[in-house]
Design a protein around this ligand. Structure first.
Ligand SMILES: NC(=O)c1ccc[n+]([C@@H]2O[C@H](COP(=O)([O-])OP(=O)(O)OC[C@H]3O[C@@H](n4cnc5c(N)ncnc54)[C@H](O)[C@@H]3O)[C@@H](O)[C@H]2O)c1
Length: 255
């Protein structure tokens, strides 16, 4: 017997999810609760109510507050088993300008907020895991656009944009995760990335049609498509997996 059923059991695990009230976040939090994990959601709000879910209202770019909260959760709970970084911090100008019209200060601010908060939460949680002897699992959300360049033809005649800073953010997060995976391996802490393809969210029909033509599996993602990869990487079924970027993109990057 491989004990695989027990390895997928998350009922003794405490998982922190940043951005747990978002489009994908709500599906991930729901899925983790359904499989029995205890979840702490860090976000501005939280629509899900559950007796194994705790909501902490926090801006993840408030780095001092993040450090304080993670330390107090770790000490109160005698350790944290997992972190899923999936918040999407952005400025009001994010996605509003083209590459050639870029505002450098806004570009840098978005880079700082997104990469900075993923880095700092990972650092604070791993520090707490080390302190409490937890061989935990950290998952950072990447994107297909951290791996390949955009196909701009799908955005034609829509007001949708693909911000250049997103390539720097997600490319940075994917390789930062590899760094943390090799650095933290000596503590038994694993760090991986889940990279979604485009998730359907009422985008213009023309965009959806063009997008789906470029996906081998022929459709955009649904938030629940991301849950399985997250559960696997948080569970003991993936104890020998670290530094990897799992593409959940219907094959978008496989052509
Ligand atoms: N939706 C997609 O098509 C898609 C595709 C590829 C990758 N991703 C990635 O998946 C992750 C989740 O994306 P999503 O579509 O669910 O995003 P979303 O915008 O729907 O949700 C993001 C959540 O983060 C929270 N948040 C934003 N800034 C915050 C801050 N400063 N402090 C605390 N919480 C904050 C928001 O309140 C929201 O609940 C992101 O990393 C995103 O880049 C999304």
């Amino acid at each position: 017997m491989s004990g695989i059923k027990e390895k997928f059991d998350l009922s003794s695990k405490l998982i922190i999810v940043s951005g747990g009230n978002g489009l994908i976040g709500r599906a991930v939090v729901d899925g983790l609760l359904e499989i029995g994990a205890r979840v702490i959601c860090l976000d501005f709000a939280c629509d899900i109510k559950h007796d194994r879910l705790e909501f902490i209202e926090i801006d993840v770019t408030d780095y001092e507050k993040v450090e304080e909260i993670i330390k107090s959760i770790g000490d109160r709970e005698h350790g944290i088993d997992g972190l899923v970084n999936m918040a999407y911090p952005r400025t009001s100008l994010y996605g509003k300008y083209d590459f050639l019209d870029s505002d450098i200060y806004d570009w840098l601010k978005n880079l700082e907020m997104h990469v900075g908060s993923y880095f700092w939460l990972s650092k604070c949680v791993s520090e707490s895991m080390i302190k409490h002897g937890k061989k935990g699992s950290i998952i950072n959300f990447g994107s297909t656009y951290g791996v390949v360049g955009p196909n701009f033809s799908i955005y034609e005649n829509t007001d949708m944009k693909n911000p250049s800073v997103y390539a720097a953010i997600k490319g940075g997060i994917i390789n930062l995760s590899r760094y943390m995976a090799t650095y933290l391996a000596k503590y038994g802490i694993r760090v991986n990335v889940v990279s979604p393809g485009g998730v359907w969210d009422h985008q213009p029909e023309e965009f959806v049609r063009r997008y789906e033509k470029l996906v081998p599996l022929g459709r955009m993602a649904s938030p629940v498509d991301l849950v399985g990869g997250v559960v696997y990487l948080l569970s003991d079924a993936s104890l020998y997996v670290t530094g990897q970027n799992i593409m959940v993109d219907g094959g978008w990057t496989a052509w």
